[in-house]
Ligand binder design. Structure first.
Ligand code: PLP
Length: 436
């Protein structure tokens, strides 16, 4: 029992299918562990979020935050629904281009954009958001080479009441740094400011933070217009909306603890309508990441052993750990099991397969006795786990997408040894002699 008198975990929830496809069949075909994504969920969530904003404000675009999950199939699904690509590195930029996104549909954020990447992005008409002064200088050099002014946005950081403040990205608003950056842009004469970007953090649990953010962004837009004559065509408010996940130590369920999508949309758009001049409708860009995809992803993992620790605690070893479930570090993920099991629930630890002490999927969950081979279905894991997964002593597993008709598509093959060693070079003098 937790302090609200409820069972502390989702123990004993049985799930033997995902979107109507049997867990046993998925594992038999694609192996374990296995990432499973739901196309139906992603489409529904996109519609819900897009509707929440676009029914309240007439000029809205979504930018899919690649780093949240950049499997091609997931990105293509987002683009099919109208999303721009929001990338934060040259690698992500190239990934979006390889998928077929034209430069002008790519938002290029991030603190490290090599000069050659900037040059390419300018040539291809991407929406570049400068993070710091050195990047402005690089962009000026590119503009000089191109012989024409380069349009750009800048990233702001500001106090929206979310602490610790994400002040390491972009130009600070309150200190005057952002205004100085715009002055530099104006005086340099080679760049044209057309957009403002700001991402205040992630898993924001307070909708009013977005009102404070938007109010400051609009005021700044009007200030740079008045002082320097730049007309701001778009306000990109970043992402940060929470998924229905549970941070460790939060007793309340996500339904109680977290504002709804509509509450976030209302906070943003109501502030826009109050702060913008009548008739002004700059494009509102939303870069929702985790809220869009987290609940669409599950990981199937298999119990490979059970043991008792010296203090008597029951522990299970499963074939997926923090190598694949990075977010297990701060979320209390739901764990469902694929079959009935007799016996009483017991507080248990779930360890991953890594030979590393920190590899813990759950440090305390009520589970019935689980036999070897039992599948655990861990969720929600659609955000940040695929992209942050690490290839440490294990191969990364396959990923599948279950379509709305129940069709299952393999969207990433499981790795094998050649994937791990293909870039390695063995000097001849170290080659092992062939055994006779
Ligand atoms: C610039 C930017 N936009 C969007 C996102 C997506 O954030 P979230 O997954 O919290 O919605 C991030 C994530 O850190 C980001 O850095």
């Amino acid at each position: 029992m937790n302090k609200f008198g409820c069972s502390p975990a989702y123990a004993r929830r049985i799930r033997d299918d995902i979107d109507g496809v049997a867990v046993a069949d998925l594992v038999e075909t694609f192996g374990s562990p296995l990432f499973v994504y739901s196309e139906g969920f992603i489409r529904k969530k996109y519609r819900q979020m897009h509707t929440a904003f676009s029914t309240r404000y007439p000029n809205v675009a979504f930018g899919w935050s690649y780093k949240t999950n950049y499997l091609n199939a997931i990105c293509a699904l987002m683009h099919q629904q109208g999303s721009l690509a929001e990338v934060v590195s040259d690698m992500e930029y190239e990934k979006a281009r390889a998928l077929g996104m034209p430069g002008e549909k790519i938002i290029f954020n991030g603190p490290h954009k090599p000069a050659a990447a900037l040059e390419k992005a300018v040539r291809e008409g991407a929406m570049i958001h400068a993070d710091h002064l050195d990047e402005l200088y690089d962009l000026e050099r590119v503009a000089q080479g191109a012989g024409q002014p380069v349009p750009l946005g800048i990233r702001l950081n500001l106090d929206a009441g979310i602490y610790p403040q994400w002040s390491r990205f972009g130009f600070n608003l309150e200190s005057g740094q952002a205004l100085e950056a715009v002055r530099r842009i104006k005086n340099g004469g080679k760049l044209r400011l057309r957009g403002l970007h700001c991402h205040i953090g992630t898993f924001i649990m307070d909708a009013s933070a977005y009102s404070r953010q938007v109010k400051k962004m609009v005021a700044f837009a009007y200030k740079v217009e008045k002082l320097f004559g730049f007309s701001i065509e778009y306000l990109d408010i970043g992402g940060g909306f929470p998924s229905r996940n549970r941070l460790k130590g939060v007793y309340l369920t996500p339904e109680i603890a977290l504002p709804s999508v509509d509450e976030f949309a209302e906070a943003v758009t109501e502030t826009l309508s109050k702060e913008l001049r009548p008739g002004d409708f700059p494009k509102l860009i939303v870069e929702a990441g985790r809220a869009m995809v987290d609940e669409a992803g599950r990981l199937i993992t298999t119990v490979v052993a059970s043991k008792r620790l010296p203090d008597g605690t029951r522990a299970y070893i499963v074939d997926a750990g923090v190598n694949l479930l990075f977010t297990a570090n701060w979320y209390k993920l739901n764990i469902e099991i694929d079959r009935e099991s007799g016996g009483v629930n017991e507080q248990s630890i779930v360890y991953g397969p890594l030979c590393m002490n920190i590899d813990v999927v759950d440090e305390g969950v009520q589970l019935p006795p689980l036999s070897r081979g039992t599948r655990l279905i861990v969720s929600p894991v659609g955000a940040y786990n695929q992209t942050q997964s690490m290839q440490f002593i294990e191969y990364r597993p396959a990923a599948v997408l279950i379509g709305e008709s129940g069709m299952v598509d393999l969207i990433r093959e499981a790795e094998s040894l050649p994937d791990i060693i293909q870039r390695e070079k063995l000097p001849d003098r170290l080659a092992l002699k062939k055994l006779p």
